[in-house]
Design a binder for this molecule. Structure first.
Ligand SMILES: Nc1ncnc2c1ncn2[C@@H]1O[C@H](COP(=O)(O)OP(=O)(O)OP(=O)(O)O)[C@@H](O)[C@H]1O
Ligand SMILES: CC(=O)N[C@H]1[C@@H]2OC[C@@H](O2)[C@@H](O)[C@@H]1O[C@H](C)C(=O)O
Length: 371
């Protein structure tokens, strides 16, 4: 890439930005192109999904909860190689937003760790890469997550929404963004409130892996045959996390002991109960919204689970629908978010604010590596 093109990316006009996301459910790498000037979305481009093999997933899983050492290095190698393969023949991307893989997240203690080497990726692909999105926010007292809310704000405006709505991401962990699209800028006071709702698919995936050797409960079929154990659900809801005022965020394994709460149950009852816990965490989250959202738009893999969607429909006081209802792609929204955020970082715009992460003031995270 020549200097003039690099200069343009840093200034004005629409950029073809590609986001790359490897989420906490450990299913694979999502790649998506978004055309944006960092404020408004002009449109969306190519998407790709590169699943991890079972062997790759096992290596990443072994690195979870660790901050350094051989297992972290091995996980980083898998993440780098998978991204390089997924991105190597992508044409037309002028900038890449590379999230990497979160292995550990303890913003008030050790910090937050996303593995993946953005400088090496930039050199290999010949395209500028923005990466390490979360460290600056944590350094300024923020949670470092969630970061998609600034993109959710742009999505709400892109879709022409006018009343406050919720964006609910159901990946490995759940996160909710309350957005007021009437306010122009995401960092404006009152435009956004965001936080992690609780565990989403991660405990259910872990149960499926441990008991049945499967990666997830496809279509919620196992949960559909089970009965929710109310006692376990009540114990789960007694966790102080749910009443805590946002901002707040979670590590993938913060609720790993939930799988123990259902340890004595049959496979189907355990799956039903873990699914109900995800929905109940979201229902608890709604009390923190500044005003009731007009509807909750669901993104992430959890929206493909009809049992979970039905539980949400029953327990929330507003309509619940997949984000496709407003013309967005719920499988790619997070990848698109990191393409969008990459443009903001390249242009010196903030990517988080007190309402989204609890950071002291609006801040732009991310490191830019040129090829
Ligand atoms: N058809 C389906 N039926 C049931 N569950 C599904 C289906 N498709 C996906 N999922 C669930 O969604 C998960 C993937 O979700 P997603 O890709 O949003 O997670 P992620 O991006 O890795 O996580 P996070 O947002 O926490 O970073 C799968 O691991 C599975 O649990
Ligand atoms: C530390 C970290 O990687 N957090 C993830 C995780 O996965 C979902 C939830 O927990 C959210 O807080 C965040 O991801 C999304 C993409 C975000 O930053 O908005």
């Amino acid at each position: 890439m020549n200097k003039a093109a690099q200069k343009r990316i840093g200034k004005t006009g629409v950029v073809n930005a590609c986001g790359a996301m490897s989420g906490t459910s450990l299913d694979g790498v999502d790649i998506a192109v978004v055309r944006t000037d960092g404020h408004e979305i002009e449109g969306f481009g190519e998407t790709r999904y590169r699943p991890y093999s079972d062997a790759e997933r096992a290596v990443i899983r072994a690195g979870l909860g660790k901050w350094a050492g051989a297992e972290v290095d091995a996980a980083a190698e898998v993440v780098d190689a998978a991204h390089l393969k997924a991105l190597c023949d992508l044409s037309g991307a002028e900038l890449i937003g590379f999230h990497g893989q979160t292995l550990a997240h303890a913003p008030k203690a050790q910090g937050t760790l996303q593995v993946g080497d953005g400088a090496a990726l930039a050199a290999a692909l010949g395209v500028p890469v923005v990466w390490d999105f979360r460290t600056a926010d944590v350094a300024l007292g923020g949670e470092g997550a969630p970061l998609a809310p600034f993109f959710h704000h742009a999505c709400a405006r892109f879709a022409g929404l006018v009343a406050p709505v919720g964006f609910l991401n159901l990946g490995g962990v759940g996160n909710l963004t309350w957005v007021d699209p009437a306010l122009d800028r995401p960092e404006q006071d009152g435009a956004l409130l965001a936080f992690d709702t609780g565990p989403a698919n991660a405990p259910l995936n872990d149960l499926m892996q441990a008991r049945l050797g499967r990666t997830f409960d496809e279509g919620g079929r196992l949960a559909a045959r089970g009965t929710v154990a109310q006692g376990a659900l009540e114990l789960f809801l007694a966790e102080p996390y749910f009443a805590r005022i946002p901002p707040k965020s979670l590590d993938r394994n913060d609720f790993a002991e939930m799988v123990d709460l259902v340890g004595e149950l049959s496979d189907a009852d355990a799956a039903a109960t873990l699914t109900a816990m995800c929905a109940a965490g979201v229902a608890e989250a709604m009390q923190h919204c500044p005003t009731p959202p007009e509807r909750v738009l669901v993104t992430g893999g959890g929206r493909h689970n009809p049992v979970l969607m039905q539980m949400l429909a029953v327990s929330l006081d507003c309509p619940v629908a997949p984000v496709e209802e407003i013309g967005l792609d719920g499988d790619m929204l997070e990848a698109q978010a990191f393409g969008f955020l990459a443009v903001r970082v390249a242009r010196g715009l903030p990517t988080s604010c007190p309402g989204t992460t609890g950071v002291r003031a609006a801040v732009g995270g991310g490191t830019v590596s040129l090829p």
